[in-house]
Design a binder for this molecule. Structure first.
Ligand code: MLY
Length: 265
């Protein structure tokens, strides 16, 4: 049985702080998820954002919906918060004078779209308008600081939410680094991205927060082999450095290349 990941312990262990709630474009209390699997709604096509399509709820996870566009395949599912501006009740598009579009990669002949649309909506379970929640306002200035901890969606595996650290800040953007992974999953995003959450989000929504990767355990065991008592590497599981793990750890001058509060001393 593996030890449960615990933010309080982890923040102490890594001598770091959680990014304040007001930095995020997320509601302080996660929105209630009333949706049910099988319900249909309108969603912007993630691969063609000017298109509004019909989507079916394939799964429910915390405050998010797993969506699949009707007429698309099962390889392009995406996840949206119930208070995302990318989703809306069926009828919204038409009310605004728009036309529902086939998804990118529509599996049938384009000429069959009007009939497909009629059939997919006929007798469908329509998600009630009251289930859609208003998107929170944008946080005004970017108040993230390097080294702050957060929970972030792994964009390569978007069903996963993981412990992460702000690795860099530039204008309205932040660099999200995944703790214990070697940088392969890291990404830049706007500070008002809906893909980043304050520490404690998953425990409020009931999502399973992923534990940090075990990247730095390599450093830990190597430190043991070297049996250097003055340089005991703590299991800080900080965001991965792109350089080689062990020599880089020893050779790095303090204060450079690493966010503050993350030193593996
Ligand atoms: N199957 C993938 C999952 C990696 C997930 C990394 N995230 C949590 C940052 C792998 O093992 O490579």
């Amino acid at each position: 049985k593996s030890e449960q990941f615990n933010w309080d312990d982890y923040l102490k262990e890594t001598e770091s702080v959680a990014a304040p709630l007001h930095c995020f474009r997320q509601s302080r209390i996660p929105p209630k998820n009333d949706f049910k699997v099988g319900m249909k709604l309108e969603a912007h096509d993630p691969r063609n954002v000017t298109s509004v399509c019909i989507a079916t709820i394939i799964g429910i996870t915390g405050a998010r919906l797993r969506l699949r566009l009707d007429g698309s395949d099962n390889k392009n599912d995406f996840w949206r918060l119930v208070d995302s501006s990318d989703i809306q009740p069926i009828g919204t598009c038409e009310k605004k004078g728009g036309m529902l579009q086939p998804p990118l990669g529509f599996q049938m002949n384009a000429s069959s779209w009007p009939m497909f649309l009629l059939r997919t909506l006929n007798g469908a379970e329509i998600a009630p308008a009251a289930f859609f929640k208003k998107e929170p306002p944008k946080p005004v200035p970017n108040c993230f600081k390097v080294g702050m901890k957060l929970e972030a969606i792994d964009r390569k595996n978007p069903y996963l939410i993981c412990p992460a650290t702000i690795g860099d800040v530039k204008g309205d953007e932040v660099f999200v680094t995944f703790d214990g992974w070697r940088g392969a999953f890291d990404y830049w995003c706007r500070c008002d991205s809906r893909d980043i959450f304050p520490v404690g989000w998953c425990s409020l929504t009931g999502d399973a927060l992923q534990p940090p990767g075990n990247n730095v355990s390599i450093t830990k065991s190597s430190a043991k082999i070297q049996s250097s008592p003055s340089k005991v590497t703590r299991r800080s599981m900080q965001s991965p450095q792109k350089s080689a793990p062990v020599p880089a750890q020893r050779g790095r001058k303090p204060g450079r290349g690493k966010p503050p509060g993350q030193s593996a001393v």
